[in-house]
Design a protein around this ligand. Structure first.
Ligand SMILES: Nc1ncnc2c1ncn2[C@@H]1O[C@H](COP(=O)(O)OP(=O)(O)O)[C@@H](O)[C@H]1O
Ligand SMILES: CC(C)(COP(=O)(O)O)[C@@H](O)C(=O)NCCC(=O)O
Length: 310
């Protein structure tokens, strides 16, 4: 058994072990800044930033430099001038609906951008690559939003390929939870960042052809027990009644006035029919592919980390 463990490509660390790997990395974030990065229902505090995210930021900083040297080896081999091209370092962040990927992505973006060697960090979420509502309806997959087939995967791959190839200006479509649709007159422009973070449910999906995950230099899977994620989803849904759903323009405005028990039943229904099957069929199977798994406990704290070292 211990021999098998020794041969594993993964190393499992408890938070107490992982936090030592911060080394002397400074904490460049205040409590006020952290509040602005935290999503609805998320609990992350400065201790977690220091103990979990700073070691991660240090690891990625070391890897960015190493990856650039590797890239230069290939350009030298090809007889190209490596100073004229620089491939952005691409990080994928995957995990279930309501697990807290966006908070992880925003914290990491902020921390990575504070290193002088890679100040330009862009964050793009894959919801912009969902098909517009009319197209989902035409395909009869409105109830499959978030499933792999609900995304324009070709456009997403083209986008990441162009960014990674050093294109001067690449634009991504923008999704709105409020409109429950792609906003046709909006775009997110990415201009030669040092690092691109791509966050989304399905970013680690393999495929028969090249997929975005083939272009990742590092990937993170945000993980938790499925019962805890369901609980967080339902609690967030209840809170959204007083925030996003309260806006008359919200697609979910009709939920705003629901009493607790009915809202809970509605949220559970959405979870059981859409988000749980997507997690079990598509998202969770991609977990072994991640470079790093951040495992959350029921109170949202990250207490275990699994790193792929091979
Ligand atoms: N119906 C909604 N209306 C408004 N905001 C929403 C809605 N559903 C999710 N969000 C917000 O969108 C973001 C992404 O949510 P989600 O895809 O569940 O990923 P995660 O919780 O892992 O970040 C979160 O900040 C969440 O609060
Ligand atoms: C927009 C999403 C598909 C997530 O998109 P992502 O950026 O992870 O690709 C998801 O947050 C969502 O709205 N799912 C629909 C089902 C639900 O609202 O529970």
């Amino acid at each position: 058994m211990s021999r098998v463990r020794e041969l594993s490509p993964y190393v499992e660390l408890h938070r107490e072990q992982w936090r030592e790997l911060r080394s002397s990395t400074p904490l460049p974030l205040t409590a006020d800044e952290l509040v602005k990065l935290r999503g609805l229902g998320e609990q992350v505090d400065l201790a977690e930033v220091a103990e979990v995210y700073l070691p991660l930021s240090r690891l990625i900083n070391l890897q960015v430099a190493a990856r650039q040297r590797l890239y230069e080896a290939t350009t030298t081999f090809l007889g190209e001038d490596c100073r004229s091209t620089k491939a952005p370092y691409v990080i994928g962040i995957a995990g279930s609906v309501a697990v807290g990927k966006s908070t992880t992505a925003r914290i990491l973006r902020t921390l990575l951008a504070r290193w002088p060697d890679h100040p330009r960090v862009d964050l793009v979420t894959t919801d912009g690559f969902l098909y517009p509502r009319a197209e989902l309806m035409r395909r009869g997959i409105m109830h499959r939003k978030g499933f792999p087939e609900s995304y324009d995967r070709r456009a997403l791959l083209r986008f990441v390929t162009e960014v990674k190839s050093g294109a001067e200006r690449v634009s991504a479509p923008v999704y709105s939870h409020l409109a429950y649709d792609i906003l046709p007159d909006r775009e997110q422009v990415v201009q030669q960042p040092d690092i691109l973070i791509l966050e989304g449910l399905n970013v680690l999906q393999p495929g028969p052809r090249l997929t975005v995950s083939d272009l990742f230099d590092f990937s993170i899977y945000v993980d938790a027990h499925i019962d805890d994620i369901e609980h967080w989803y339902v609690e967030r849904f209840l809170k959204l009644r007083h925030t996003a759903f309260a806006d008359p323009a919200s697609h979910f405005h009709h939920f705003a006035g629901l009493p607790d028990d009915e809202a809970r039943a509605e949220a559970r229904h959405l979870w059981r029919t859409i988000n749980e099957p997507n997690l079990m069929e598509n998202i969770k199977p991609t977990r072994p592919r991640a470079t790093l798994v951040l495992r959350k406990d029921a109170d949202h704290t990250i207490n275990r980390v699994r790193l792929r070292k091979l």
